[in-house]
Design a protein around this ligand. Structure first.
Ligand SMILES: Nc1ncnc2c1ncn2[C@@H]1O[C@H](COP(=O)(O)OP(=O)(O)OP(=O)(O)O)[C@@H](O)[C@H]1O
Ligand SMILES: [Mg+2]
Length: 387
């Protein structure tokens, strides 16, 4: 690295992000692309033996070579690879977030089952992509510190240091991560099922916070009994020591992540169905009875309200009689006034006026009897009118 911390006149190293077995990872910015954030991984250069150094350089070059062929939203993008001074550097996309090992240690408690299933599902999809690649790529180093969790909740694989295209009968290098590598990787025979094992071991760590025991199947439920039997089975099967007893592909493991739905036996279902029908019929009968009763009750009340109260008829008759009396009294008054007017035909000027008043009073009494619900006051007034 140059004294100014600027590589290739372009990548400025800012701070250290991580330190792993293969090298040091720096946060950097790309001066040529408007200071865009990026990550620079520098291969370690403290090898004791020249042979080891050569091997590490070969791995590092292969990491760059494998990454350059891949393009997947859950795999970090490679941007550049170069040698400068005595060092080897790889430049890649900056994943804003933390690796799952750090996240778990910081929160100091394991993750919820649903959360782990979600991430496992995403990783199964990346593994499907890698294993279906031509030629297939075996990741070989799946573990929590190589899985970044970005700010959108998406997981991304970094560190393709020991990933390699799969070659039959190839003399693979025995690179392992204790607890996460399957037995076959110890003698260099990794295949797609080796990544399945590492994924199962990763699930165990995320669900329990405990590192998986090397060269043993994992059972997270033995650590936390409230973990579901289904998830426990998935982890146990993925970490089976025998590759042929594991899920044979990432696709198969992905399907197994979906919890089985509970199916009732047919006899139980029929009995249950019969109970529903009987219950519905009973309810219908009860509703009908309630409806008929309410109709009957309403009719009864209406009858009572519409019927006459005892004594009410007599009162009405008396009222009518009183109205007729008032009317005839008004008529008498009218006749008397006419008679008086005839007797006084002496020609007094106001006599017709008095007769007119008596007529109006009689008419008013008549109208009152027909229009006024009470009727009586109008008739009484007519009687008292100045006739
Ligand atoms: N592209 C990236 N964006 C953000 N952080 C990263 C990125 N790549 C790596 N890191 C961080 O740096 C750490 C080390 O990176 P990496 O795993 O590539 O190095 P390594 O030397 O191969 O590590 P190890 O040998 O322990 O697996 C990661 O665990 C992660 O926290
Ligand atoms: Mg790593």
């Amino acid at each position: 690295m140059s004294a100014t911390n600027i590589l290739q006149g372009r990548y400025e190293l800012i701070s250290q992000l991580g330190q792993g077995g293969m090298g040091t990872v720096y946060m950097a910015r790309d001066l040529r692309l408007h200071n865009r954030p990026c990550v620079v991984k520098k291969l370690r250069d403290d090898f004791y033996r020249e042979e080891d150094r050569k091997k590490a350089v070969a791995f590092f070059e292969r990491e760059a070579g494998v990454l350059s062929q891949l393009s997947h939203p859950n795999i970090v993008h490679i941007l550049d690879y170069f040698e400068e001074g005595n060092g080897y550097f790889l430049v890649m996309e900056y994943v804003e977030g933390r690796d799952l090992n750090n996240v778990l240690h910081e929160r100091a408690e394991p993750f919820a089952e649903q959360q782990v299933l979600n991430w496992t599902n995403q990783i199964c999809e990346v593994l499907e992509y890698l294993h279906d690649h031509d030629p297939p790529v075996i990741y070989r180093d799946l573990k929590p510190s190589n899985i970044m969790l970005d700010v959108k909740g998406r997981v991304k694989l970094v560190d393709f240091g020991i990933a390699r295209p799969w070659e039959e009968n190839a003399d693979n290098t025995h690179v392992v991560s204790a607890g996460y590598s399957p037995p076959e990787q110890y003698w260099g025979a990794a295949d797609v099922r080796s990544d399945i094992y590492a994924l199962g071991a990763t699930m165990h760590f995320l669900l329990t916070g405990c590192d998986p025991v090397a060269l043993h199947a994992s059972f997270p439920r033995s650590v936390y009994p409230d973990i579901s039997a289904h998830v426990d089975e998935v982890v146990a099967r993925a970490t089976d020591q025998d590759p042929s007893s594991r899920y044979q592909s990432a696709g198969e493991m992905k399907e197994a992540l979906v919890p089985p739905t509970v199916v009732l036996p047919p006899v139980e279902r029929r009995r249950f169905g019969g109970e529903i029908v009987a219950g519905a019929a009973l309810l219908a009968v009860a509703c009908l009875a309630l409806f008929l009763f309410s109709r009957f009750d309403a009719a009864l009340k209406a009858g009572q309200e519409g019927g006459r109260q005892p004594g009410q008829e007599d009162a009405e008759k008396a009222q009518l009689k009183e109205k007729l009396n008032a009317y005839s009294r008004a008529l008498d008054a009218h006749n008397r006034a006419i008679m008086e007017w005839r007797e006084q035909t002496s020609g007094k000027k106001d006599a017709p006026v008095a007769a007119g008043r008596a007529g109006i009073a009689a008419q008013a009494a008549d109208e009152a009897q027909l229009t006024d619900p009470d009727g009586l006051p109008a008739a009484a007034d007519a009687e008292k009118s100045p006739i």
